[in-house]
Ligand binder design. Sequence first.
Ligand SMILES: Cc1cc2nc3c(=O)[nH]c(=O)nc-3n(C[C@H](O)[C@H](O)[C@H](O)COP(=O)(O)O)c2cc1C
Length: 331
Amino acid sequence: MTEVTEVFGLAVDVVTDMLTAATLAPSLHNTQPWRFRLAPDRIELHPDAARVLPATDPEHRELRLSCGAALYNLRLALRRHGVRPLVTLMPGADAPGALATIRRGGHDVLDAETRELAKAVPARRTNRKPFRDVPVPVRHRHALVRAAERERSWLHVVTDRDERARLQRLVATAHHIQSGNADVRTELAEWTGTRTDDGIPTTSAGVRPEPQDEWALRDFQARQRPPGKDYESDPLVVVLCSYYEGPLAELQAGQALQRVLLTATTLGLSASFMSQVIEVRPVREELRRALGGSLEPQTVLRIGYGSLVPASPRRPVHELLLEPTAASHTP
Ligand SMILES: Cc1cc2nc3c(=O)[nH]c(=O)nc-3n(C[C@H](O)[C@H](O)[C@H](O)COP(=O)(O)O)c2cc1C
C-alpha cells in the first residue's frame, strides 16, 4: 500500500514529531491506548482495542480521557507548525471507529500562552512522590480552573475541610474495593515494573504507600519509603468534571485534563492522580452526588510543588500508525 508522504503539506518526519508529542500525554497505567491514521488532508485518532483494561476501566472512560489528552497535545503541536486544527470528535461514518479526526482549519499564529503550553509537553510528568509543604497560591488555582474552562470542562477545587474529609473517605473506600478485586490487581501487576516501552517503571512509582497516608494512592511497587519522607499535609485536590456524560464528554474532559496538567507544569507545579474513586462505579456515583448531581466527575488530581522525577517510557510512533485507507490517498 502506498505511504502517505505529506499531511497538511507537512513532511512525514514533521508529522512524526507531532505524533511523538501526542504520545507524551498521560494514560491509565501508561497503556498509551491510541493509534493514528494519516491522510494528506487529515489525521485520525483511534482507540487501541488491545490496550483496554477491562477490570479497571470497564467502560473505557479512562481510555477516552487518555486519548483526549493525546489529542490536546496534537492540537498544540499542529498550532506550533502554523496549522489551525479543526477537530471533529466521534466522527462516525466519516472515519469509522475513530475517536476524532483533525483537519486543517486555516493558518494559525501562535500566542504566548499556547507556546508555553506546547513547551511544557515534554516536561510534564505524573509525580507520585511527596510534595513540599507549600500551598498553591490562589492565582495559580484560578489559572488551573481557567484551563479547564477553556476546554469546556469544570475544575472543582476542594477547599472545604468536610468535603476534603469526605473525598478522602471515598478514595479510601474505592481503593479498598479495588484491592480486593483480583482482576484489578492483575492488571496493575501486568503494567507495573518490567515493561520497556509502556507501563509504570519503578523509577516513576513514587514512594510506597503507608497506612497513615491521608490519601490512598495506588501502589506501583515503589521502593520502601525512607524515614521522614511522608506525604505533604495539604495538597491542592481538584476534581475535573464534564458537564454531561458519554464518550464525547470524556474526550472533551481528556483535552481539559491535559490543558490543566500543562498549565500546572508552566507554573512549576506537579500532579498525580487518584482515579480509584472514578473507576469504582458506586463510589463515583456518590462523588457525583456530593458535587451536586449535575457535574460528571472524570478524574481527581493531587497538585503541589514536587521534586524532579524521570519520564516514563513511550512506544515509538511507527508502532502506532494504522494502514492508510484507499481514501487516504485521494488528493
Ligand atoms: C485517565 C488517567 C487515570 C490515571 N490514574 C492514575 C492513578 O489512579 N494513579 C496514578 O498514580 N497515576 C494515574 N495516572 C497516571 C498514569 O499512570 C501516567 O500518566 C502514565 O504512567 C504515564 O506517565 P506520565 O504521566 O509521567 O507521562 C492516570 C492517567 C490517566 C490519563
